[in-house]
Design a protein around this ligand. Sequence first.
Ligand SMILES: Cc1cc2nc3c(=O)[nH]c(=O)nc-3n(C[C@H](O)[C@H](O)[C@H](O)COP(=O)(O)O)c2cc1C
Length: 351
Amino acid sequence: MTRKIVSSGNVSGNYGNARCDLRATLGSLEIPSAILTASGCAAAGRELDNYFDITQIGGIVTKSIMLAPRSGRATPRMAETPSGMLNSIGLQGPGVESFIENDLVWLRQRGARTIVSIAGGTAEEFGKVAAKLRIAGGFDAIEVNISCPNVEDRGQVFACRPDSAAQVVQTVRRNSDSKIPIFAKLSPDVTDIVDIARSVSQAGATGVSVINTLLGMVINTTTMRPALAGVTGGVSGPAIRPVAVRCVWQIRSALPDLPIIGMGGIRSGHDALEFILAGANAISVGTSIFNDPSAPMRIQTELQQELASRGFTSLAQAVSYAHREADIASMEEAPSSAAEDSETEWDFISE
Ligand SMILES: Cc1cc2nc3c(=O)[nH]c(=O)nc-3n(C[C@H](O)[C@H](O)[C@H](O)COP(=O)(O)O)c2cc1C
């Protein structure tokens, strides 16, 4: 049985008594709410629409689509982890042509704002997917999932090297309508995520989506074998949230004007607020959807209340608020006991 949540307000920002404008501007993409779904966690939005009106959130980010149909990786491909999950679904999907005919047409008719996530095994494949989408039209932006193995480079993940990440973005940019915003989805499994963000930005990305899952592994102690058939998988959920917030913070510190979509373990409006304060202009909700399909709508309402209760009249006012000078100064003047407690952290931050 499905239950549909009816919004207690509207995306222009009136939820109960809490008034706050949730609009987000991501380069040329303007959305009436900064709350999106995360790729791979809401398919193309059809099932979620049974739980809430998907036109009332900022938009749907679709499961990454490739050129040809794919069946994904062998099962088992899900395992539980403390405060999260491990998955090795792989890029299962119907291929871009079927996606355009079925999902994209449905999303357009439904009136949902749509960010199409694309993937590929070579830069050329990314380009071909983008070219087919350009012909089809009817979507608002592209998210480029560069966390896939490059079949032309010993399976090295594109997102792990600034040059291969940039090459994919350049190819997608060349094959897309020049007005279409492009977001590069970055992997946290790198030494310096700022390097990758800078590189994709110079290659023509409008902004970045951070973060994709972290590479992880679980051993089944009954079979005494890896829990996943694919051995390793991606860790998601609340366990990765501090890593994600750190990535958003570092990119925002280095690239003050780059649009950022933040994600990783967001379960509540309070969690979403952390990302906004760290520098995200919008956020995506992923794993939470699996145990609460109405999570994006609930989080939207909660974020509105979190912002309003802190005196913000718009989400834009809160973006990067944690970076403000006064806070750093007051933390440096912290009482000595607090300073001692956080000695290691300060050593790291001041590097
Ligand atoms: C089951 C599953 C499938 C996913 N599929 C994709 C995908 O197709 N493309 C992509 O860019 N990210 C994919 N992701 C990553 C999410 O979009 C998101 O970046 C990550 O899970 C962190 O957010 P979360 O903790 O809120 O889930 C997937 C995550 C999960 C859990």
